[in-house]
Design a binder for this molecule. Structure first.
Ligand code: NPW
Ligand code: ADP
Length: 291
């Protein structure tokens, strides 16, 4: 199996700078079904990462207890609360009005609502869906794998962003046993009918065919919440119309650059997930110079 890397020029060409006549909807809408009582911070971090990464209209659907945290931290994000959401009204992606979804950041794998909400999004979102955190565990059920297969058949992208522990939990029920990270990413991508970003000190992205290696990361990123930021950033790139493979590779690279830029100011010790978001502009400038 061949593993490739994207050149800086290729990555720079993917950055979705808005055209002069853009409006917030043409730039792309990202709907984030994220956060729960236990993990409100994941909803704040993911939605803020998405806005800074360029989504034109960022929405959060979450628990009532989380909604006010998100509103207070990110007033530009549009927040709705679960019982008020009509699944049939979830916005679709359409020509000129791209849209994508993130589901699962800040979901508890052991909470019964996690499977229900993940299924609701996968069944109703006529758009790319990125599954993160608790939704990755939910995706192991036969019912959800059937829905993932049907979505892929209907042309709707599924994207998965597991860390090593989550990837192992996705692999186990399917009898996938390899310890080789790029091979694991490839087998998971095929088994779950989508694109897998297997995160770690080196991150591998695979759409079932091509495996892309991204080794720009820094141990400064090994801190709670940085994965929630990455899910929001990558979701924002999907929402701006990038393909799943390109969105994952560009998202992971800019996240890594942002971690490095934050560490230059703050040291590897002090960087927090919030600082990674604050450094996305420097990451973009660095990519523009390198490309
Ligand atoms: N501020 C907030 O609201 C935040 C909210 N968050 C939310 O918390 C939820 C739970 O997410 P989670 O990642 O903490 O726990 P979970 O998925 O159960 O796995 C943890 C176990 O897996 C294992 N493990 C193996 N390899 C690993 C690796 N490479 N990286 C990490 N772990 C690895 C490891 O076990 P070990 O191998 O060390 O025994 C470990 O015990 C989720 O919804 C997330 O969005 C967080 O983002 C933090 C900020
Ligand atoms: N040692 C490391 N070197 C480079 N990147 C790392 C390292 N440790 C973690 N990361 C990156 O930090 C992020 C952590 O994501 P995740 O484990 O999902 O965190 P959380 O669930 O707390 O948000 C991933 O993008 C991962 O690639």
């Amino acid at each position: 199996m061949e593993t490739i890397s994207y050149s800086m020029a290729r990555l720079a060409a993917l950055v979705p700078y808005p055209p002069r006549d853009a409006n917030k909807y043409t730039r792309g809408r990202l709907v984030c079904a994220v956060g729960c009582d236990r993990y409100p911070g994941a909803a704040v971090l993911g939605s803020r990462g998405a806005e800074v990464m360029g989504a034109g209209y960022t929405q959060v659907i979450t628990d009532a207890s989380v909604a006010d945290h998100v509103r207070a931290a990110n007033p530009s994000v549009v927040v709705s609360v679960w019982p008020d959401v009509d699944p049939a009204q979830l916005p679709p992606a359409r020509e000129g009005h791209p849209c994508a979804y993130v589901v699962g950041s800040g979901y508890d794998a052991g909470d019964s609502m996690t499977k229900i909400r993940t299924r609701l999004v996968l069944e109703n979102a006529q758009a790319p869906v990125l599954l993160d955190a608790g939704s990755l565990d939910a995706a192991t059920s036969q019912k959800l794998r059937d829905i993932l297969e049907r979505r892929a058949h209907d042309g709707f992208a599924n994207v998965f962003t597991p860390h090593g522990g989550e990837a192992a939990r996705m692999a186990r029920p399917l009898g996938i046993e390899t310890d080789d990270a790029p091979e694991l990413a490839r087998q998971l991508a095929r088994a779950y009918c989508g694109t897998v970003m297997l995160k770690g000190p080196v991150t591998y992205v695979c759409d079932g065919e091509t495996v892309v290696r991204m080794d720009e990361g820094t141990a400064a990123l090994a801190k709670a919440g940085t994965g929630d930021v990455l899910a929001g950033m990558t979701g924002a790139l999907l929402a701006q119309g990038l393909s799943p493979l390109d969105a994952c590779v560009l998202g992971a690279t800019l996240h890594a650059f942002a971690g490095q830029e934050a560490a230059k100011r703050l040291t590897d010790i002090c960087v927090r997930a919030e600082d990674v978001i604050a450094s996305i502009p420097q990451a973009l400038m660095r990519l523009a110079q390198a490309g």
